[in-house]
Ligand binder design. Structure first.
Ligand code: PEP
Length: 264
């Protein structure tokens, strides 16, 4: 190999991170609704420039996995246990998800944190457990309106990223995706400005860079919070915004496909 070739940087440039557009159905999607959604959605995916993920209820996983087979869409769950087995009624383990064909899992969504008491300490175990099982985790982080107004956004993100990624070895950091979701923007229609999204996501990337500069260049950091077909392109054009986590707007297959197309 020539000197010139050896001098190439090991890290891909920012533009080499493939966009990742993900939908979170939350508490929506009987198996019949899921099948109908996929019948509309699959034909709308015309060799997308982005990776696409759908996070659906446990009970709809197999329906969506079979209906989207061959489309390249990653299908995942919206939460999981950090435990393998035991007296944890109602929980689902990473192995149960992979056995069922799931490829990914959302972890630490603000609704899980706020409504079901999911803690940063629990996520510290869940993120590596997902990776070890072969699931691609999306770690969700973000501040409340009060925290933002008090100037506490960076402190909150530092804490959530520090704890959530603490037990992930440096060489696996880029296998995690982070979704920056300001809580004040989730389900409210009050989307962050592109500058706000860029600033927070740039900060998340810098935090990862504190562990590994190579991982910081490779890890994908998404924006989530009231993303719609009409605002997606501008958010996605920010240099550090690698994609979107879409809640409400992902329930409309045509609208979600339009957000996927906006990433191209
Ligand atoms: C979400 O559920 O993660 C989300 C961002 O929801 P919405 O797009 O509806 O704000």
């Amino acid at each position: 190999m020539s000197e010139d070739r050896r001098a190439q940087p090991a890290e891909p440039a920012a533009s080499q991170r493939k966009p990742y557009i993900t939908g979170n159905w939350k508490l929506w999607g009987t198996r019949a609704q899921a099948a109908e959604y996929c019948r509309t959605f699959a034909p709308l995916l015309d060799d997308p420039a982005a990776d696409v993920g759908l996070f659906v209820p446990f009970t709809a996983l197999d329906t969506v996995i079979s209906a989207l087979d061959g489309t390249g869409v990653t299908v995942g769950a919206q939460t999981m246990s950090g435990e393998d087995s035991g007296a944890f009624t109602g929980e689902v383990s990473a192995a149960m998800l992979t056995e069922g064909g799931a490829g990914a899992v959302l972890l630490g969504h603000s609704e899980r944190r706020q409504l079901y008491g999911e803690t940063d300490r629990a996520l510290q175990a869940k993120v590596p457990a997902a990776l070890a099982a072969g699931l691609a985790p999306i770690l969700c982080v973000g501040e409340t309106e009060e925290e933002r107004e008090a100037g506490d956004m960076e402190r909150k993100l530092r804490h959530q990223i520090g704890e959530g990624l603490e037990s992930v070895p440096d060489d696996r950091l880029a296998d995690v995706t982070v979704a920056y979701e300001p809580i004040w923007a989730i389900g409210t229609g009050q989307v962050a400005t592109p500058d706000q999204a860029q600033e927070a996501i740039g900060f998340v990337r810098a935090l990862v860079g504190g562990r590994s500069e190579e991982a910081a260049q490779r890890i994908r950091v998404l924006y989530g919070g009231s993303v719609k077909p009409g605002n997606a392109a501008e958010l996605l054009s920010q240099p550090d915004v690698d994609g979107a986590l879409v809640g409400g707007a992902s329930l409309d297959p045509e609208g979600f496909a339009a957000i996927v197309a906006a990433a191209g």
